[in-house]
Design a protein around this ligand. Structure first.
Ligand SMILES: Cc1cc2nc3c(=O)[nH]c(=O)nc-3n(C[C@H](O)[C@H](O)[C@H](O)COP(=O)(O)OP(=O)(O)OC[C@H]3O[C@@H](n4cnc5c(N)ncnc54)[C@H](O)[C@@H]3O)c2cc1C
Length: 259
């Protein structure tokens, strides 16, 4: 079985990291760490490998420093690491990030299971995994809190929706986004940690992808632009709107001064 795990490097601090003028995340001086939720995605992969023979490949998209994500993954037990890094990929929103991940994963072949974290702690949209599943035409379940059984052709998972638990049977290949609860990441092993520094990392750039049209990646391939970024004003009153979704959106924009 082949398992792909998507892991992102994020700034450790969550406050004071936005330039309000430009709307760009200020990453300089911020300690980068592995997105906590993605350590749980890797933990889920490792637990699958304890049940069935499997190879675990980790994919991270980011600057060259994001290589650290792969070294951490190696020290926990990942078999191979892919650093998706190219100037053409910078400034990507959800659409462009998920498309780049899709094309990069494609370069390494077919996977039975793709695992993502629930969300990141910087972008925080929790949309990349769903979009990636769509690009790859895979069944997708989020909020996975347990993997109960896995065979060569199917997986049974527990999904936690608010306080309810749902048991789902999915055919493979599929994409799962996992919760932190239920997949507490293991500590890196000393033996693997010592070997991690020497392990080969495959760098994936635009020229490696089957679609080399630069307008599909990074800022150029992004459907969204940050218009303004600001701490929301504290509202004294909490208005309730009624009407169609479009009418309500209009009212919210007007109320928040964005309309
Ligand atoms: C309003 C706003 C402004 C932003 N401004 C900027 C900006 O100025 N500069 C900037 O650099 N970014 C910016 N971003 C972040 C950028 O859009 C996100 O990094 C990108 O869209 C990924 O989405 P996410 O972080 O929300 O991932 P989520 O959807 O929360 O992530 C879900 C899962 O997908 C996987 N995943 C996500 N991203 C990656 C990755 N890169 N590599 C591997 N796996 C991944 C992980 O498993 C993760 O747990 C902004 C985001 C928002 C919402």
């Amino acid at each position: 079985m082949k398992i792909a795990v998507c892991m992102k490097q994020v700034p450790a601090e969550s406050r004071g990291s936005m330039n309000e003028e430009t709307g760009v995340i200020v990453r300089a001086g911020l300690q980068p760490v592995v997105n906590n939720y993605d350590l749980s995605a890797l933990e889920a992969a490792l637990r699958i490998r304890e049940c069935v023979p499997a190879e675990i490949h980790v994919f991270t998209m980011g600057p060259s420093k994001a290589e650290e994500v792969l070294r951490t993954a190696f020290s926990m037990g990942a078999d191979a690491g892919y650093l998706i890094s190219d100037k053409a990929f910078s400034g990507a929103d959800v659409l462009a990030t998920s498309y780049t991940l899709h094309r990069a994963i494609e370069t390494a072949g077919q996977y039975d299971v793709i695992l993502c974290g629930r969300q990141t702690t910087d972008g925080d949209t929790a949309q990349v995994s769903g979009a990636l599943a769509q690009w790859r035409n895979l069944p997708h379940v989020n909020w996975v809190s347990a993997i109960e059984n896995i065979t060569e052709s199917a997986v049974t998972v527990e999904q936690t929706v608010e306080r309810e638990k749902v048991r789902l049977l999915l055919p493979l290949p599929c994409l799962l986004s996992v919760e932190r609860e239920g997949f507490l990441p293991r500590m890196p092993s000393l033996r693997l940690k010592m070997a991690a520094g020497k392990k080969k990392i495959t760098v994936v750039t635009l020229k490696d992808l089957s679609d080399q049209d630069a307008s599909h990646y990074g800022l150029n391939g992004s459907a969204t632009r940050v218009r303004k970024i600001y701490p929301p004003p504290r509202m004294q009153h909490k208005p309730l709107f009624s009407g169609s979704p479009d009418e309500c959106a209009e009212l919210i924009l007007r109320e928040t001064g964005m309309g």
